[in-house]
Design a protein around this ligand. Structure first.
Ligand SMILES: Cc1cc2nc3c(=O)[nH]c(=O)nc-3n(C[C@H](O)[C@H](O)[C@H](O)COP(=O)(O)OP(=O)(O)OC[C@H]3O[C@@H](n4cnc5c(N)ncnc54)[C@H](O)[C@@H]3O)c2cc1C
Ligand code: SF4
Length: 547
């Protein structure tokens, strides 16, 4: 292995949504000497394996799949001629911004960087972090690992499955496994609310009759070679401990864990950059600069985001801030307002704001519980300076607020806390209820039908959209279908989606039709691979290129 040294104005670590947007953002702000370093052989990060739809509604005003969203971001980088070095792992970052990389092609290369953007994403919590008792058999996967196996390799990890944790990854993987014929026996969640979005609970669990058991956990794993079952126990909502005597043995061959993501900050820590114990990401100021000058952070490595659109927006902001740093535009004082999460808030980014910052400062945070009729309250040195109302705050959704820096500029501390008329409501709805998923409020709708199954009355909707939703969902429910088709020339499948919604009841039939398709030859993203699926008039299109 040879070791060479080179230098670049801006080095971006990671070519996921954050890194790609950071590169384009920095370029548009005038930086020309940029390199993006990516340890995998393709760009897009986690988006590559997220073949479901639900990406890009804010950024592109379209509902895209993960690979389609990633393609747009890669095209933006390619149009600007920004080089992305694949199979290149960053193994060290020094205090004077030397980025040490290793790749099969170039060996060890040390790059002196004018500025660095950390965009390394996140990884999943594993069984070892949960301390579940029992044996150590095969058949235990994180939900993301299972998603990777199914969506990128066409391998189904198990047939009889129990899932611990109801984060979005888990919910989406549960649906994928149901499409592939696996039986998801139940999804368990230790707390009284789901870590996933309501939309995903409805469309991934309720649609397939998969029970969600809140305030339940796994207390033991059984099986010698392979998992044979798990012990499920109820959890006391107050002490958060399993309740003795509630143990139940559930047989299964696979246990999936969807118990959260952790920012991937080994490099950051080793570089001596301060990590915020609450967000598990670097401590940053309002420009997303860490406590190491010229090193910025964005995306899931900074804090876990709910939607990719916000990851991209944050990446762009980091790119622009790095450009300003490189241009020597930084003219702030070294004194800061320290930002702290108060009651009900688990973390806040940024953790500090320059005392002489001006204009609107973007704060992002998560609530610890479900808050209805909530108030986001801002205290500067203990004095309340601003209140923002929200109809609902959910732990599964990241909150973004913008506050005029002038309001707290002279303070030493700024605290953000939550209060609400109702805290800790459960997310479960009764059997006779329908949950509106058109906005985060998640109104519980009581629907009255006539003798022919038509909706005649809807109670509980806070706005007129609830009634329209209930009518469509009960009388003619529709879904976009995302799945895979075989490709003749290679072992790996191709991801596809319907180019519009199809009746929900036709999904099993549509999946059967897709199982009969084998792609022969090249296909580009957006090309039709099956027209008029099940006679619905809707086509199925490729969401990735096969060249
Ligand atoms: C299963 C799942 C479902 C989701 N569903 C939705 C959805 O429906 N809608 C939505 O809007 N959002 C969704 N999200 C959220 C969104 O996709 C992510 O928040 C976003 O893609 C994260 O982007 P990122 O760039 O921060 O991280 P990543 O995508 O993780 O990218 C980080 C990149 O850095 C690289 N890297 C890490 N360390 C190094 C190193 N040392 N050297 C070189 N490269 C390195 C990694 O290989 C990776 O490519 C979902 C997320 C997941 C996990
Ligand atoms: S009824 Fe209106 S307020 Fe309630 S969840 Fe639906 S869209 Fe939101």
């Amino acid at each position: 292995m040879s070791s060479v040294t080179e230098s670049h104005d801006l080095v971006i670590i990671g070519a996921g949504a954050a890194g790609l947007a950071a590169a384009a953002g920095a370029y548009d702000a005038g930086v020309r000497d940029i390199v993006v370093l990516e340890r995998e052989s393709g760009a897009g990060g986690i988006l590559k394996q997220c073949i479901h739809n639900g990406f890009g509604l804010h950024r592109y005003r379209e509902e895209l799949t993960g690979p389609e969203y990633a393609l747009r971001e890669m095209q933006a980088v390619a149009q600007r001629d920004i080089p992305v070095f694949f199979d290149t792992t960053v193994i060290d970052l020094t205090a004077d911004r030397v980025v040490v990389t290793v790749s099969p092609e170039r060996g060890v290369v040390s790059i002196a960087a004018g500025a660095v953007i950390l965009a390394m994403g996140s990884r999943e919590r594993t069984r070892g972090m949960l301390g579940i008792a029992g044996t150590r058999p095969a058949g235990i996967y994180t939900a993301g690992a299972a998603q990777n196996l199914i969506n990128l390799h066409g391998i189904v990890p198990g047939k009889e499955i129990v899932m611990l944790g109801s984060g979005d990854i888990g919910l989406i993987v549960a649906r994928r496994l149901a499409y592939e014929g696996s039986h998801i026996k139940m999804v368990l969640n230790r707390s009284h609310f789901s870590g996933g979005l309501k939309r995903n609970i409805v469309q991934c669990l309720d649609d397939y009759g998969i029970p969600l058991r809140l305030s339940h956990t796994i207390t033991a794993v059984h099986g010698r070679e392979r998992v044979t079952g798990v012990e499920v126990s109820e959890v006391d909502p107050k002490t958060k401990q399993p309740i003795a005597g509630t143990e139940e043995l559930v047989s299964c061959d696979t246990l999936l864990l969807s118990v959260g993501l952790i920012p991937e900050n080994e490099l950051t820590r080793e570089a001596g950059i301060r990590i915020d114990a609450k967000s598990n990401g670097a401590s940053v100021d309002e420009t997303l600069e860490t406590e190491m000058p010229g090193v910025f952070s964005a995306g899931n490595v900074l804090h876990i985001h709910d939607l990719v659109d916000f990851v991209s927006e944050e990446g762009e902001r980091a790119g622009k801030a790095a450009a300003a740093y490189l241009a020597g535009e930084k003219s702030h004082t070294d004194s800061y307002v320290s930002v702290q999460p108060g009651q009900g808030v688990s973390y806040v980014v940024p953790q500090r704001v320059h005392a002489d910052a001006d204009g609107l400062v973007t704060f992002r945070f998560r609530g610890r519980d479900i808050y209805r009729s909530a108030q986001i309250r801002f205290f500067a040195d203990g004095e309340e300076i601003k209140t923002i109302k929200r109809r609902i705050i959910l732990p599964a959704e990241m909150e973004t607020v913008k506050v005029d820096a002038g309001l707290f500029a002279r303070a030493k501390t700024l605290e953000i806390s939550l209060s609400a008329e109702e805290v800790g409501a459960t997310q479960q709805t009764g059997d006779d209820e329908l949950t509106c998923i058109q906005c985060p409020m998640g109104c519980a709708l009581k629907v009255t039908l006539d003798g022919e199954g038509k909706v005649v009355d809807v109670e509980g909707a806070t706005c007129p959209r609830g009634k329209t939703y209930a009518k469509a969902e009960i009388e003619a429910p529709e879904r976009v279908l995302t799945s895979l088709v075989d490709v003749a020339a290679r072992e790996l499948p191709l991801s596809v989606r319907t180019d519009g919604s199809i009746p929900k009841g036709l999904i099993p039939q549509a999946l059967e039709e897709l199982r009969g398709i084998t792609i022969d030859g090249a296909v580009r993203t957006g090309e039709v691979v099956c027209s008029d699926v099940c006679g619905t008039g809707v086509d199925v299109i490729a969401t990735k290129d096969v060249l």
